[in-house]
Design a protein around this ligand. Structure first.
Ligand code: FPP
Length: 253
């Protein structure tokens, strides 16, 4: 398969809901945990591809707050995979100038995983290439609740007036402060749901759903999604005529 991607029209930020590890395993008569292991390989692949083509931000929904309700054995396996991923990938992240960040209720993570995560975040904080954002123990509603609490506390302390709470103030209080909103959201395994992911940030994001299960989501499938994105006409609520006019005005300057 060959697809054409325009390098100067890449999305700046791609977010991915990685779904379908369980189904991938089930179809092969394997355990769900085996599916997650293959999912981890897909993560390495997609991070490598993102770096290679020059994306600025890649956000991966690795574990939701709701995922804590899965069978304890599966939760332990996922935490173990995450821990191993962090420990083994640090060298590659340093070599390729990748910066790691995390969003989510990190306090709920087992101490060893939290330490690995915070260690890699600290070690890579000055890297200037691709930023990988891991959403772990993440819930968009919890993120919004936390932002509201931060703002309410600032009002109570007299540092902020209620009327000063605008979109920018909310954005800067979210866990994604300083990270641009995703341009493209990819969801694998065919489900048309947002699943409590980046509810505020996805307001104008282009959505792409593929039937491909996450462990099978390879470089080609990713490039296909980017090519599809590049066909879209992003208007941010304006009309096509207005956009052409804006383009012309900019060209005339
Ligand atoms: C969804 O598949 C996937 C997850 C809940 C976790 C994603 C985890 C990984 C890709 C592996 C480890 C992550 C990192 C960052 C190394 P599912 O189990 O919900 O699949 P199903 O819907 O088919 O059951």
């Amino acid at each position: 398969m060959s697809v054409l991607i325009e390098k100067d029209q890449l999305p700046r930020h791609v977010a991915i809901i990685m779904d379908g590890n369980g189904r991938w395993a089930q179809r092969r008569g394997l355990s769900r945990i085996e599916g997650h292991k293959r999912g981890k390989e897909a993560v390495r692949n997609i991070v490598e591809t993102s770096r290679g083509i020059g994306l600025s931000y890649l956000t991966l929904y690795a574990f939701s707050s709701e995922n804590w309700q899965r069978p304890p054995r599966e939760v332990r396996a996922l935490m173990g995979l995450l821990n191993r991923y962090l420990r083994t990938e640090l060298r590659r992240m340093m070599r390729y100038n990748i910066r790691l960040r995390a969003i989510g209720d990190l306090g709920r993570l087992p101490a060893t995983v939290r330490k690995s995560l915070l260690d890699v975040i600290a070690a890579t904080q000055d890297n200037t290439g691709l930023t990988v954002v891991l959403a772990v123990s993440y819930s968009a509603r919890e993120e919004i609740v936390a932002a509201v609490q931060t703002l309410a506390a600032a009002v109570q302390a007299g540092r902020l007036r209620p009327g000063e709470i605008d979109q920018q103030a909310i954005e800067q209080s979210l866990w994604t402060a300083d990270i641009p909103a995703p341009d493209l959201l990819i969801r694998t395994s065919g489900e048309f749901r947002i699943s409590n992911f980046m509810l505020w940030q996805l307001a104008y994001t282009e959505l792409y759903v593929t039937d491909t299960l996450w462990p099978d989501f390879d470089r080609d499938a990713f490039l296909q999604a980017l090519a599809d994105y590049q066909q879209r006409d992003r208007r941010f609520g304006r009309t096509a005529e207005q956009l052409i006019e804006t383009e012309l005005k900019r060209a005339a300057r």
